[in-house]
Ligand binder design. Structure first.
Ligand code: ZN
Length: 458
C-alpha cells in the first residue's frame, strides 16, 4: 500500500493531463446540442477504465445518455466495491463571468479551473487513477466495478432502470462515491446525509397572446406580475414555506443531535466572503449549517417571460414561467411534496390567469449510518492520509440516485467527497484544488484496503 504514494507522485502530471482530456469534452447533459459530446465523454471513460486495468469496460446505451460500466474481478470470495460517478456537467452560462474558458482547463494558484473540474469529472477521475495505481502496484485488495453515468445533473432518469436490469452484474458490497464536498483537507469530513429534491416548472398564462402594454396595460392582469406575487407568497417573513402540509413529515432533530452537529467547525465570515454576500438569510430559529443540513427549502431557479433582450419592447406578456426547486429532508416524500406544491400553486392562482404545473424530477433524502464497515473504512482511510479523523456532516445537496441505489441494489453508499465548498460547482469559475485531487487518489486505495480487512474479519 505504501507504494501507492510513490506511484501517484511519479504519474501526477499524466493523471492531470488525462483529466484535462475528459474536461475538454463539453458534456453538458441539459443541452440537446451536446448529444455527441455525451457519447464522446462515455467513450473517454470506457478507454480510461480499460487502460487503468479493467478486464471488462463497456458502454451501455440507454434512451438517454450512455452509461459506462467497468470491472475487475480478482476473486469472487472477496468483497466488491462499486464506484459511481457522472461524466455530465452543468451548463456554463453566464459564460462572460468565467476568467478562463470553461472547457479549456487551466491551473491557477494550485487549482484546476474548468466546468467539471470538481463536479464530477475531477472527483470521479480520482477513482480511475486510484484504481490504476492499485492495479499497477499489485495492491488491489478486492473486486472493483465502475458505473459512470451521463445524466446526474438532469435527474438520473435512466440509471434506475439500468440498475434494475443489471442487478446481477452490479452486485456489490458497498458503493463508493466522490461527488460531495468536505470541510477541508485539514478538517476532513464525510457526508452522512443528503437532502431530497422536488423540482417543478410552472407556467402562468394571462392573455392568449402578447399585448401592447400601452393599449391594454391596466385592464389585463400581467402574468409575470402575478407569478412574482405567487412565488413571494410561498414563503413567509420567517423564511418558512407556506405550502400546507409541507412540514408534516419533517423529522424533528433532537437538541442533543443539534449540539453534536454544531461541533463541526464553521467560519461564518469566510463562508460569506467565499460567496460574496454581506449577510446571510434563512429560516429563523436555525443556524446556517442547520438551514442547509436538516431543514427543507424552496428556491426559484429561474423565471422568465415577456421581453428579455436588449433595449425596450413595450409588451404585456401572455406567459410567465418559473423553475422552482425544493430541497427535502428525511421522511419527506418527493412525490407527495410535488403534489402539495401543485395543489397549493393552483389554488393560489387568481381567476384572471391560467396555471400549469409540472414536476420535472425529484428524489428522496438519504442518511448513511456511521456504524457500518463502509463508513468506518472511509473514516480510517481519510485519517491515514490526511492525519485527522473526519467529521460526519449532513450536506444540503441532493444526489437522488443514492437512495435509489439502496432501494434497487440493496447497497449503502459512502459519500467520500474531496471537493470544497469554495469550488463553485454549478457556477462560473468552477475549480478543484490539485492537492485535493492528488490526496483523493492517495486516500481511495486505503478505503479499499480497510474495507476488505473489515469484511474478511467479520
Ligand atoms: Zn455531481
Amino acid at each position: 500500500m505504501e507504494q501507492i504514494k510513490d506511484y501517484v507522485a511519479e504519474h501526477k502530471d499524466r493523471f492531470l493531463q488525462e483529466l484535462f482530456g475528459l474536461i475538454r469534452i463539453p458534456s453538458v447533459s441539459s443541452v440537446a446540442d451536446h448529444r455527441e459530446d455525451m457519447v464522446r465523454a462515455a467513450e473517454y471513460w470506457r478507454k480510461t477504465l480499460r487502460e487503468a486495468g479493467c478486464t471488462r469496460s463497456e458502454i451501455f446505451p440507454t434512451e438517454g445518455n450512455p452509461i459506462v460500466y467497468g470491472e475487475k474481478i480478482i476473486d469472487p470470495a472477496l468483497p466488491t466495491v462499486l464506484v459511481y460517478g457522472h461524466y455530465d456537467v452543468m451548463p456554463v452560462d453566464p459564460v462572460d463571468l468565467w476568467e478562463s474558458s470553461p472547457f479549456k482547463p487551466e491551473v491557477r494558484d494550485g487549482k484546476i479551473y474548468a466546468r467539471g473540474a470538481d463536479d464530477d469529472k475531477g472527483q470521479s477521475f480520482m477513482h480511475a487513477k486510484a484504481f490504476e495505481a492499485m492495479v499497477r502496484t499489485n495492491s488491489l485488495p478486492c473486486n472493483v466495478k465502475f458505473m459512470i453515468e451521463g445524466e446526474e445533473e438532469i435527474g438520473s432518469a435512466h440509471i434506475g432502470p439500468f440498475c434494475e436490469e443489471y442487478k446481477e452484474m452490479l452486485k456489490s458490497d458497498i458503493i463508493l462515491v466522490s461527488d460531495t464536498s468536505m470541510i477541508g483537507l485539514k478538517t476532513p469530513s464525510i457526508t452522512v446525509g443528503l437532502r431530497g429534491l422536488a423540482y417543478m416548472q410552472v407556467e402562468v398564462t394571462g392573455p392568449e397572446f402578447d399585448l401592447h402594454s400601452g393599449i391594454f396595460g391596466g385592464a389585463v392582469a400581467n402574468p409575470i406580475n402575478i407569478l412574482a406575487r405567487m412565488i413571494a407568497a410561498m414563503t413567509d417573513d420567517s423564511g418558512r414555506i407556506t405550502i400546507p402540509g409541507f412540514y408534516d413529515e419533517v423529522v424533528v432533530i433532537s437538541d442533543q443531535e443539534r449540539m453534536e452537529m454544531a461541533k463541526a467547525p464553521f467560519d461564518e465570515e469566510s463562508y460569506k466572503r467565499n460567496i460574496g454576500v454581506d449577510a446571510l438569510y434563512g429560516e429563523s430559529g436555525y443556524t446556517t449549517k442547520e438551514r442547509t443540513g436538516i431543514r427543507p427549502t424552496l428556491d426559484v431557479n429561474g423565471m422568465w417571460g415577456g421581453y428579455t433582450s436588449e433595449g425596450t419592447k413595450t409588451v404585456l406578456p401572455s406567459k410567465a414561467y418559473a423553475k422552482i426547486s425544493m430541497r427535502l429532508v428525511p421522511n419527506q416524500n418527493h412525490k407527495k411534496i410535488s403534489e402539495l406544491f401543485e395543489r397549493y400553486f393552483t389554488s393560489m392562482a387568481p381567476e384572471y390567469v391560467k396555471v400549469k404545473v409540472e414536476a420535472l424530477h425529484g428524489g428522496e433524502a438519504y442518511v448513511s449510518p456511521m456504524d457500518t464497515f463502509g463508513y468506518q473504512a472511509a473514516s480510517k482511510a481519510m485519517e491515514k492520509v490526511l492525519e485527522t479523523r473526519p467529521i460526519p456532516v449532513r450536506s444540503g445537496g441532493s444526489i437522488p440516485i443514492i437512495p435509489q441505489f439502496e432501494e434497487i441494489l440493496g447497497v449503502k453508499s459512502i459519500l467520500m467527497g474531496f471537493g470544497l465548498e469554495s469550488d463553485a460547482i454549478h457556477s462560473p469559475n468552477e475549480n478543484y484544488p490539485l492537492e485535493n485531487f492528488y490526496k483523493g487518489i492517495e486516500t481511495i486505495p486505503w478505503f479499499y484496503q480497510y474495507f476488505t480487512e473489515m469484511y474478511r474479519n467479520r
